[in-house]
Design a protein around this ligand. Structure first.
Ligand code: 6GU
Length: 243
């Protein structure tokens, strides 16, 4: 999969994704990262890419022309119009389901906004999806673009070493992940839950499922409605609510 990130801070995006698993995925040719510096496309003598908002108000607006020309260059290079994501707090909230849908694309264009926003006319012209990564405001779309590239990349076959970990971990089953433990079996007086040392695979699975349900109840009760719990699991929740 090829990611094309339109940004004023290409180094930030490149350096952020070069580390760790996404970096390895690039080395292995499983993903490609093409950062495009929007400033390279300005026609302004002083390399300016923003201007005052019509109608007044605080801040500056990213102008349409350099954004459009940067986008057009990518479209011409790939030979078609890939989906184009605009990163903005006004967008649809990014989630695992959305990551999966983007993971099926050959190319994805990510447009990072800055200042108070981007001229609406170029957004109307090029954007297929407006996406936010959560209910807080960041200074620009670069970190959200990196978040999206990371979340999408790990769904691509071969990017994670353990294929199983893509499907069984957090949120895939609609529940949060259960707690994990490794050696030693006792650390600072804290023992690993004995069931995990029992060798009884079925009991381990039951314990983990129960832990997932209770953790979701505690931290993300909004997820429980969609989680498809059994009657037994609903009763478990009710017992804990009484305590
Ligand atoms: Cl996509 N952009 C900005 N600037 N802030 C955000 C965001 C995006 N998602 C959450 N906060």
């Amino acid at each position: 999969m090829r990611f094309h990130v339109l940004t004023l801070f290409p180094d930030m995006v490149r350096r952020g994704l070069q580390a760790s698993i996404t970096g390895k995925a690039m080395e292995n040719g499983l993903i490609e990262l093409n950062t495009v510096n929007i400033r390279d496309y300005t026609l302004d003598r002083h390399k300016k890419v923003d201007d005052y908002p019509y109608g007044g108000g605080a801040g500056m607006v990213m102008q349409a022309q350099p954004v459009y020309d940067a986008w057009r260059t990518v479209v011409t290079a790939v030979g078609y119009e890939p989906r184009c994501v605009y990163l903005t707090p006004q967008g649809r909230r990014f989630d695992q389901k959305m990551a999966k849908s983007f993971a099926g694309e050959r190319d994805l264009i990510l447009l990072c906004g800055h200042y108070e926003g981007v001229d609406e006319r170029v957004l109307e012209e090029i954007v297929s999806d407006s996406v936010s990564i959560g209910d807080y405001v960041l200074t620009g779309g670069e970190l959200p673009a990196m978040v999206m590239v990371d979340a999408i990349s790990r769904m691509i076959p071969g990017v994670l070493n353990n294929e199983e970990s893509v499907s069984t971990e957090s949120l895939e089953g609609g529940l949060l992940e259960y707690p994990q433990y490794s050696r030693p079996s006792e650390w600072r007086g804290r023992a690993v839950p004995p069931v995990l040392l029992s060798g009884n695979h079925q009991e381990v699975e039951e314990w983990r499922r129960e832990q997932s349900v209770l953790r979701t109840l505690r931290n993300r009760p909004d997820l429980l409605e969609e989680a498809g719990l059994s009657l037994r699991e609903v009763k478990l929740i009710l017992d804990h609510l009484e305590e």
